[in-house]
Design a protein around this ligand. Structure first.
Ligand code: SF4
Ligand SMILES: [Zn+2]
Length: 313
């Protein structure tokens, strides 16, 4: 697939093609979930995720649809604390908590710096706290937040792809050096990081998508991350739909996700997860879909390869 595009692919174009954002209440998280995850110490633990409602991310990545559940301006003082307070009663059994804010936790316009202390005290009972961070926003604030926590901090960073030209086209305004520097900075302060890896971003064929996802996993581990999550790229944010219509993007297949997960597990370099949200989007066969989903979920929790699914499809 060609790397060239008829579209400008800049922030202005990306934003101008967005569909409407969802109506959200800045005083409530837009969602929450408790699910099982294999922890760093290889135990299956209930893990809560609070999807915080806050000001949209300062970056405007080509493939991102997280802005749909964000606000245009910063939320009122205390709103984030209120959201966490409201949700914690549903997470009593959870040992790990993800505070996912559809952007970077360390972006002050999204999460006020002067609320870190209160946030940390609210989540003092959790063994692990996982937040998202753009590499260019991983800094001393991250260390300060880590110091306030009683549990371990883990920072999830979007590496996306190590294909240099396509990484640039994603408009993430990040280089591979930025990524490496952020991971090293965190490791030097005993903070773990996990990488988000895209499976088949735009301008890649299916086989290129698989190849670059595998390469990106290797790069992430070589640079010191402890965990990788592979995310199949989906349309739905306006820009990606236009790229799909122009033939510059196609959804990856479930089989490709399986192949990349199997590869990552076989490396034995750290935890590798397949993102299974909206998985049916990537399926082309009703007969084997449930089996394939179960297999991915099983591998996510065990980090052990299982026999591949056989189906006439
Ligand atoms: S940095 Fe992350 S949250 Fe922000 S626009 Fe890019 S993908 Fe979306
Ligand atoms: Zn099938």
């Amino acid at each position: 697939m060609s790397n060239d595009s008829v579209f400008p692919l800049d922030s202005e174009w990306i934003v101008s093609n967005r569909p409407k954002r969802n109506k959200i209440d800045p005083l409530k998280p837009y969602d929450w979930i408790v699910e099982k995850e294999l922890s760093f110490d290889r135990k299956i633990k209930d893990t809560g995720t609070i999807f915080l409602s806050n000001k949209e991310c300062s970056f405007k990545c080509l493939m991102c649809d997280l802005w749909k559940n964000t606000t245009i301006t910063s939320t009122p003082p205390g709103a984030i604390i209120n959201q966490i307070n409201l949700t914690l009663p549903y997470m009593k059994k959870a040992k790990q908590i993800k505070l996912y804010n559809s952007g970077s936790f360390f972006d002050e316009k999204s999460i006020p710096f002067d609320e870190y202390q209160k946030i940390a005290s609210l989540i003092a009972g959790f063994e692990t706290v996982i937040v998202e961070g753009h590499p260019r926003l991983v800094n001393k604030k991250s260390l300060y937040f880590n110091d306030l926590l009683s549990g371990d901090l883990e920072v999830a960073i979007g590496l996306e792809t190590i294909h240099p030209e396509i990484l640039r086209k994603l408009n993430k305004k990040m280089t591979l050096q930025d990524f490496s520097k952020a991971v090293r900075f965190l490791s030097n302060h005993q903070i773990r990081s996990r990488a988000f890896i895209l499976l088949r971003p735009p301008f890649m064929s299916e086989s290129e998508g698989v190849y670059w996802a595998k390469k990106s996993i290797e790069f992430a581990f070589d640079n010191g991350v402890e965990c990788c999550t592979v995310i199949p790229v989906r349309p739905g944010n306006g820009a990606m739909d236009l790229l799909m219509a122009s033939g510059d993007f196609s959804k990856p297949s479930l089989e490709s996700l399986e192949e990349v997960l199997d590869f990552g597990i076989a490396l034995g370099a750290g935890r590798v997860f397949a993102d299974t949200w909206d998985l049916e989007l990537f399926s082309t066969c009703d007969t084997c879909f449930d089996e394939r989903r179960l297999r991915l979920e099983k591998i996510n929790l065990s980090q052990e390869q299982t026999e591949q699914i056989k189906c006439s499809c």
